[in-house]
Design a protein around this ligand. Sequence first.
Ligand code: ATP
Length: 236
Amino acid sequence: MNVLKLEDVTVRYGATTGVNRLSLEVHEGELVTLIGANGAGKSTTLRAINGLEPLAHGCIRMDGHVVSGASPAQIIDRGISHCPEGRRVFPQLTVRENLEMGAYRRIDRQRVRDDMERMFDKFPRLRERVQQVAGTLSGGEQQMLAIARALMSRPRLVMFDEPSLGLAPNIVEQIFSLIQEIRREGTTVLMVEQNAYAALAMCDRGYLLENGHIVSQGTSAEMRANPEIRRAYLGG
Ligand code: ATP
């Protein structure tokens, strides 16, 4: 059963095309990755799903219901959450306040507090820094905060945009294993990554984007065995 389905989605920025007639789907419980070079349209795809970019053409459905045209807040209410590129934590707010922002659409305040405790169990570093303003956290800590914040809306589908960007290799490993853990716990994941090697190793299925268009798709094994992907994205 697919949770998310994009059909023929086109996003334009004036005369530039961000994505062009892009179709993809994500099934319940899957970890799906979207790979591609700089400017291929990966972030645009996530921003379109998230209600941040209007579609020039096509349709996005969640659980069979059309969600294209909905506002970012309505998309959160539908169960989709976004961990944006560059983390985008609120630098002047504390760790606790950032997490509260992730739950701003929720009215079940006691459960929000319980979820915050669960986040602190999952990310002990954040518990230690709960009153620290986010702008003074290290890059890896900010990424953990951005992930925890994205989970605070209790999403069914969480989207990660370049979670490894700018982080040291040992932190990248931690972040990738956290993402796998999130999936194991039952949340569906759509992840954009430039690190094609790691992304294809951990996903169930992958899509390759070039110039705003899907040019290849398959299971993790199929993608890794594809000669063109090996040559262009996996270093031979
Ligand atoms: P990167 O990894 O570099 O972020 P990407 O695959 O995420 O690349 P996008 O950021 O989605 O690619 O960009 C797709 C295309 O849309 C590019 O040609 C880009 O220049 C263009 N684009 C993206 N955002 C805007 C914008 N706000 N205004 C104009 N053009 C844009």
